[in-house]
Ligand binder design. Sequence first.
Ligand code: MG
Length: 162
Amino acid sequence: MTLDSIRIGLGWDRHRMVPGRPFIIGGIEIPHDHGPQGHSDGDILLHAAMDAVLGASGDDDIGTLFPDDDPEYEGVSSSELTQKVMRRVTARGFRVLSMDAVLIVERPRIAPFRSEIRDSLAALFNVGRDRVNVKAKTAEGIGPEGEGLVVEASVATLLQST
Ligand code: MG
């Protein structure tokens, strides 16, 4: 393997929290009375992760591929979109080597679900569980994140051309 075959990708997403929406993160639903608003299911982690792998593979971003004014993507599962993205990434000759994520979520508590979220990401991005990690932070009550008005995800990834 040469370093020339490695590409780095970075993705970020932030959604407003609203009452009565399911809280889906990394393809896992966490019981909570608020959830991220969105045209799709509002899964910030998968949105950031998709943009990270698309960016690394030199492709368009999710906003271009799945426009939020297109009725086809209304209420769509981000896990489904991730499968489409991974077909594109594979077709361009890349595989995911590793992925690391930071979530800023004041509520609900993510820690009890971290392991399940890692498994879900590993399956969706076709990468070993030991090569995927997720860290959940709070914003200590400061700013819109800290007040629980928004939730945020950042994802870095390495891809290798196969
Ligand atoms: Mg989004």
